[in-house]
Design a protein around this ligand. Structure first.
Ligand SMILES: NC(=O)c1ccc[n+]([C@@H]2O[C@H](COP(=O)([O-])OP(=O)(O)OC[C@H]3O[C@@H](n4cnc5c(N)ncnc54)[C@H](O)[C@@H]3O)[C@@H](O)[C@H]2O)c1
Length: 377
């Protein structure tokens, strides 16, 4: 197999700039073309990043493209990924992979039939902080993980996003939008989930947009905006996850894991970096000694100060996995298990019962310093 895969990006919106600008850091990838349902958006990105703008049909027929990166909106993930697989391309998608287990199983069927790979973000669990947490857990730092608590809560999206409608419609909501970061990280640290329960609610039937240009417009809320979930892992650990857009402020940490010998405090799973803290049985909470992990190094400025951003690491890992013939960390099995977890939580909330998961997966291989370095040019 070739040492570099040709990449075509479909979906040239907000997050595409991150993929265009960060993919040159990595081995095994060369972005060659882009497309969008809005031809002007593709043209603009093509000019900015020196690639070819094509129609979606042209890109799917382009022999130089091995992998289609699907950066469209969640509702378009399934049809775009399906079309790419049918055109004989590997697929790497932004989260969520799909909006239902059935859609994901169909992608799995086509990929298997054609011998193609499907991968999906989030890849933030490959960050220096989360891999430090992983190493600490693997080394027995807190003993066996028995329980934990995760919180991702805020007031919503209508105060910053110009077109926030989709966040409040089926397929949106805080669990499908933000849940993937937490669930991918829990799979990384604890492994697969056996069954879930959820209580779901919404604070109001409508929201008033306060961002521009639609300030004052009232939009309907047709999906739960507060989800309180219980996750029982195959390992026996039981962990709570609360995702809400009905909370103005709170004092909960992002992710705390409790083990037989101590507790672990994991920074925001939406980012690659952060400080990992832990205590032993002495209850003395201290920061773990930082390590020189390539995906923890600051490489960007942000409104909150310098930060580590290595989005596309999951895509690079998939490309190298294809080249080397090994398992990709952000694999279809793991992200579809994540979709199963999230949609089963919503189902539990609607039906008032525990839901057993029908999918499972293995923990991804840890990504230590050397493995991460090997992904970089
Ligand atoms: N914006 C972020 O910071 C961010 C961060 C992480 C993940 N994501 C995920 O990335 C994806 C895209 O988010 P975004 O913020 O870039 O959205 P966006 O709305 O800014 O861009 C999406 C682009 O996809 C195009 N598109 C829509 N349907 C299409 C179709 N059927 N075929 C081709 N193109 C189509 C749109 O024209 C648009 O240019 C989402 O799944 C989101 O959850 C976004």
């Amino acid at each position: 197999m070739t040492k570099e895969l040709g990449v075509g990006i479909i979906g040239c919106g907000n997050i595409s700039t991150t993929y265009f600008s960060l993919s040159p850091l990595f081995k095994g990838l060369k972005v060659l073309a882009c497309a969008d349902i809005n031809a002007q958006a593709a043209k603009q990105r093509a000019e900015e990043y020196g690639v070819v703008a094509q129609t979606i049909e042209e890109l799917l027929a382009n022999d130089e493209i091995d992998v289609v990166v699907n950066l469209t909106i969640p509702d378009a993930h399934y049809p775009v990924s399906k079309a790419a697989l049918e055109a004989g391309k590997h697929v790497y998608s932004e989260k969520p992979l799909v909006l239902s287990l059935e859609q994901g199983e169909e992608l799995r069927r086509i990929a298997k039939e054609k011998g193609l790979a499907v991968g999906c973000a989030p890849d933030t669990f490959l960050g220096g902080a989360h891999q430090l947490a992983r190493k600490f857990v693997d080394d027995g730092g807190i003993g066996r993980i028995t329980s934990g608590a995760c919180y991702v809560m805020g007031p919503g999206m209508e105060m910053w996003h110009p077109n926030p409608d989709f966040f409040f419609l089926p397929g949106g909501g805080p669990i499908l939008d933000m849940g993937p970061y937490y669930i991918a990280n829990l799979i990384n640290l604890v492994g697969p989930v056996k069954r879930v329960a959820g209580l779901t609610s919404k604070a109001s039937e409508t929201r008033t947009i306060t961002s521009q240009p639609r300030n004052g417009e009232i939009i309907p809320v047709k999906t739960p905006t507060t989800i309180q979930a219980l996750l029982e892992f195959v390992s026996g650990a039981t962990i709570t996850l609360t995702a809400s857009w009905d909370v103005w402020s709170h004092r909960h940490a992002n992710m705390e894991l409790y083990g037989t010998d101590g507790s672990l405090y994991v920074p925001d799973p939406n980012f690659f970096g952060g400080v990992v803290e832990a205590s032993g049985r002495d209850k003395d909470i201290k920061a773990l000694e930082a390590w020189d992990h390539p995906f923890g190094k600051f490489n960007q400025e942000s409104p909150n100060g310098p930060r580590a951003n290595y989005r596309t690491a999951g895509l690079a890992d998939m490309a190298m996995a294809l080249i080397e013939g090994r398992d990709a960390r952000c694999s279809l099995d793991r992200t579809l298990h994540g979709v199963d977890i999230m949609t089963s939580i919503l189902k539990s909330g609607a039906e008032g019962r525990f839901v057993d998961l029908t999918t499972t997966c293995t923990q991804p291989a840890a990504l230590g310093i050397e493995e991460a370095q090997a992904l970089l040019k």
